[in-house]
Design a protein around this ligand. Sequence first.
Ligand code: HEM
Length: 456
Amino acid sequence: MTIVGRFESCHLAGAAGPYATYAQLRSSGPVLRTTDLFGGAWLLTTHEAVQAALRDPRLSARRTGGWVMRNSMRGSERRRELVGLQRLFARAMLFVDKPSHPRLRQAMQAGFRPSAIEALKPFVIGSVERLLDDMERTHADRPCDFIECFARVLPARIIARLLGLFEVNATEFLTWSSDLAAFIGASLPDEDQTERALCSIMAMGKYFERVLEDESSFSQDGILRLLVQAQKSGQIEKGPELLAQCAMLLFAGHETTRHFLGTSIYWLLRNRDAWDSIRADPTLVKGAVRELLRWDSPVQYTGRRANCDLELHGTKIRRGDLVLPLIGAANRDPAEYADPDAIQIDRRSGMPLSFGSGPHVCIGAALTLMEAEVAIAAIVRRWPGLDVVPESDNWIDSPLYRGMASLHLRLPPRPGRATRATHAVQERSVLSGVLHEAEPHWNGGRVLTSLPLERT
Ligand code: HEM
């Protein structure tokens, strides 16, 4: 058995990321023991091992118990609260097995059907164009933080729309999402991270309780509607189970996509040939999005717990052991991908493991692909000469997520730039008569305080 020590410390925040470390791990074997992550876990390092594990029914998705176990504040009020958080989140689809998992997934599946995603596309196009207009208006003569102005805002707007919310408080929404991400992303969350996650999940729970009580506060064609119907028909339990699905969707749909939008633009700008190719032939954006997901997966690993004693690639795993399929390592495995450490947007290698595989494969994958394709195509088209301000990429320090806290871009002047009024007309046609009537609200510090969403 190969034991690796300080795995986590090898996760250097920065553009290079953990990929050199993954290559070393892979060369030591497909299943390795780490002593420092989550108090001991098995790392899966190859494409074959990761894919097989995600489809293996002997590995359970129920893994939130560790959140409490690894927290030493025995008997304290904080620990009791943490148990509450764990109990709530443990009901979310992402963390449950059969028979609850298919029951919950089926309840919301209709909201993610290809027809539903297609119906959302005009809204995505309109939202992208408006955000780019805003960036152009406010940052014509100074660098613009792409993460703050675009990558954080777009997924929040889209997920709110998908759920069927008419209006959300963006500041609250983004805070909840960041707090939960920091907690879930840390292998040993500190007191501050734990406290913030607790406050955010409680606030999220209260928010959804309020929204779900008043059926006029969400639309008839969103996922909240599907969940309420499922609750009425007995498919989903009222209370924690229903709230857990809402919180999971809001969080899962936002945190990952925002990172992906940021890293995609960064890597395309750092690989100018790829950028120019998309500019010359916009149909290449589809392949580019899949390749960028492979190249720098927003989610680097997931977790499973062995529900029996078993053997993986000749290594004995004991019941209850934590197994971490390293998605980021699988996506760079030379046994699966020729020249894995190069970005090749015309690679025809199918979907990488970035959305997982098996029963828990990301339910939002098609939405993400559409959103990223629309956003990247619009940005390349609008600003062919877009540039990164050197060394402005500020990467987050998390072993779980790859993404940036900020990324400053210089917007090139646009010859014959369309006026805002012209865009409003274009948007009206793009949205087939559906218009955003209201402007987003900004506070003095340029933080979005509300995101108006139009009723259709
Ligand atoms: C770049 C964007 C995204 C990435 C990289 C991503 C990644 C993933 C991964 C790796 C999983 C599987 C986790 C596991 O097996 O343990 C997953 C599941 C999930 N994702 Fe995503 N995701 C993204 C976007 C979204 C969006 C936009 C939504 C919702 C609107 C979403 C909702 C979910 C849900 C609900 C699950 C749980 C599915 C289940 O348990 O059956 N994700 N995602």
